[in-house]
Design a protein around this ligand. Structure first.
Ligand code: HEM
Length: 436
């Protein structure tokens, strides 16, 4: 009697689809929030509401309009104006909304798992073998037990017959297809990952509060930026898990270590960038590629990289010397060369690896954008749009490298191919670029 539309399996499938949609929305929102964070900083709105979580104790700046206006009249260039208060509060509202979405995602992931377990119990009691993972939360039916389906997209081993049917002299079961590609199908949401993401956004909220209450201490603000990037990475990991990915050539596995190195270097570079912006060292070098006309300008690394201090002063409370700002700025620039070399070469190479072509192309494009926005920060007096795009570019690079790593990991997990040194293997040829 029960129609397919109302069956438990179909309602689980629609919950899984709702989970995916909400997850992708959360990912989009996090990316925007990271860029919005840069906007808050560049517009000097970080202390637009000097208390937390409200604005002068009110839910919106509207409730504190008199105080804000009085403050702005006294110090028109100061940290508090109506505009700055709204910018700061909007950032908090969006962050709070994201927090609610992440709570919902964690609850949904738990429910989906319960539904899968219940379904598996029913199947077991009827003596049926359930599809792995059940139907709840699954998007790709017919997937084998492991997340990686080595057989998917497999090319034939050298001993295998050509496509188009088995010749009469077929060696039969001994000739098994060797997987040449790893396809990771969509999997149910990871419950532990979803709850960990929730813990992370709570920590991120605490950092957001400290950003305000500790008066923009550089270490705290940089930590807040890194926290946002990690949150983006966690949501992306969830998204890759529930969306799966297309087949990736075996060769991609060779880029796993390189990808890990590139990701680690990128993270250091993002940290250094955060240190530049949170110390307001942006304009310490106004020329390129030299800085202050020299390739090794006077720099004070000890003062520049003293971590626990207030904004603009040394640990002892003296004004931060200009050489300290130069050291901060120039280190970010020098390390960028290393990042461009490692990430750029990786991106260029993977453009020819099946399943990574588009990621490689996009990586190259975003790297170029990152260089251009970095340079406009220097030559065009740090325009707002460039600063925001530079932060967005960093997040995009992080996301793309994570995708490379996930795919490379899937390819590296393929069973090894037995090498027959006496004959040329069709698998050993250079992988053709899709569409080439
Ligand atoms: C892969 C390369 C790069 C990455 C991943 C990167 C990343 C970042 C990040 C995350 C920030 C902090 C943004 C924020 O706090 O919102 C930053 C700031 C900055 N970066 Fe880069 N950067 C790169 C290359 C460059 C290059 C090549 C230049 C200049 C030639 C440059 C110049 C700057 C400047 C001037 C700032 C301070 C901007 C501000 O205060 O808003 N960056 N970078």
């Amino acid at each position: 009697m029960s129609s397919a539309a109302s069956s438990p399996a179909s309602s689980a499938a629609s919950s899984a689809s709702a989970f995916r949609k909400l997850l992708f929305f959360a990912l989009f929102l996090t990316f925007d929030l990271i860029m919005f964070g840069a906007f808050v900083r560049v517009t000097d709105a970080g202390l637009g509401c000097p208390d937390w979580p409200g604005c002068y104790g009110k839910i919106t700046p509207l409730g504190a309009l008199d105080t804000i206006r009085a403050e702005a009249a006294e110090r028109p260039q100061g940290p508090v104006t109506e505009f700055k208060a709204w910018v700061e509060m909007l950032h908090r509202y969006v962050a709070a909304g994201l927090g609610l979405i992440i709570i919902a995602l964690a609850v949904m992931a738990t429910r989906l798992r319960r539904a899968r377990l219940a379904e598996a119990r029913v199947d077991a009691s009827h003596g049926r073998r359930p599809p792995p993972g059940g139907t709840a939360g699954r998007a790709a039916p017919g997937v084998a037990g492991s997340r990686i389906t080595p057989g998917a997209g497999a090319r034939m081993a050298p001993e295998d017959p050509p496509a188009g049917g088995l010749p009469p002299s077929s060696p039969g079961p001994a000739a098994r297809p060797l997987p040449a590609e790893a396809a990771t199908p969509a999997a149910p949401p990871g419950v532990a990952l979803a709850w960990f993401t929730l813990v992370w956004i709570i920590l991120q909220g605490i950092f957001g509060a400290w950003t305000v209450t500790l008066k923009l201490k550089p270490l705290v603000v940089t930590g807040h930026l890194l926290g946002g990037m990690i949150l983006f990475g966690l949501l992306l990991a969830q998204a890759v898990r529930v969306a799966g990915h297309p087949p990736v050539a075996r060769e991609a596995g060779r880029y796993l270590r390189w990808g890990a190195l590139a990701l680690a270097m990128l993270f250091v570079q993002i940290t250094l960038g955060g240190w530049v912006s949170t110390n307001y060292a942006t304009l310490a070098c106004r020329d390129f590629p030299a800085c202050q006309g020299e390739f090794w300008p006077p720099m004070d690394f000890a003062a520049g990289f003293e971590l626990w201090r207030r904004l603009g002063v040394t640990g002892e409370g003296a004004a931060l010397p200009f050489q300290a700002l130069t050291a901060i700025h120039y280190t970010h620039r020098l390390f960028a060369y290393a990042v461009f070399a490692v990430v750029g070469l990786l991106a260029w190479r993977i453009r020819r690896v099946g399943g990574l072509e588009r990621v490689g192309d996009t990586l190259v494009a975003v790297l170029v954008l990152q260089l251009v926005t970095g340079l406009t920060n220097i030559f065009l007096d740090w325009p707002l749009v460039a600063a925001v795009l530079h932060t967005g570019g960093a997040a995009a690079l992080l996301g793309l490298l994570l995708v490379v790593l996930f795919r490379a990991r899937a390819a590296a997990a393929l069973p090894p191919v037995a090498v027959d040194s006496t004959r040329a293997s069709p698998l050993s040829g250079p992988p053709a670029r899709a569409g080439a």
